[in-house]
Design a protein around this ligand. Structure first.
Ligand SMILES: [Zn+2]
Ligand SMILES: [Zn+2]
Length: 67
């Protein structure tokens, strides 16, 4: 599969990720990785895991969502 965002430029970079929001295939250049806090409800104890999960979105979805 090739990058969806590269297609209008007639480029054919191989996709390395999928946008989590719109499902577009993305090359490394167009993929945006944003940290996402993982929250687990666990009684009254710690509810946020120390490690941040990764969320891959395309440039379009990245620009339309709060950071
Ligand atoms: Zn691309
Ligand atoms: Zn997207």
């Amino acid at each position: 599969m090739n990058c969806y965002d590269c297609a209008p430029d007639h480029a054919s970079n191989a996709a390395v990720a999928i946008c989590r929001n719109c499902g577009a295939a993305l090359c490394h250049e167009h993929a945006r990785s944003t940290p996402e806090t993982v929250v687990r409800v666990h009684g009254v104890g710690k509810s946020t895991l120390p490690e941040l999960a990764r969320r891959i979105v395309c440039t379009v979805c990245r620009n339309t969502q709060p950071a």
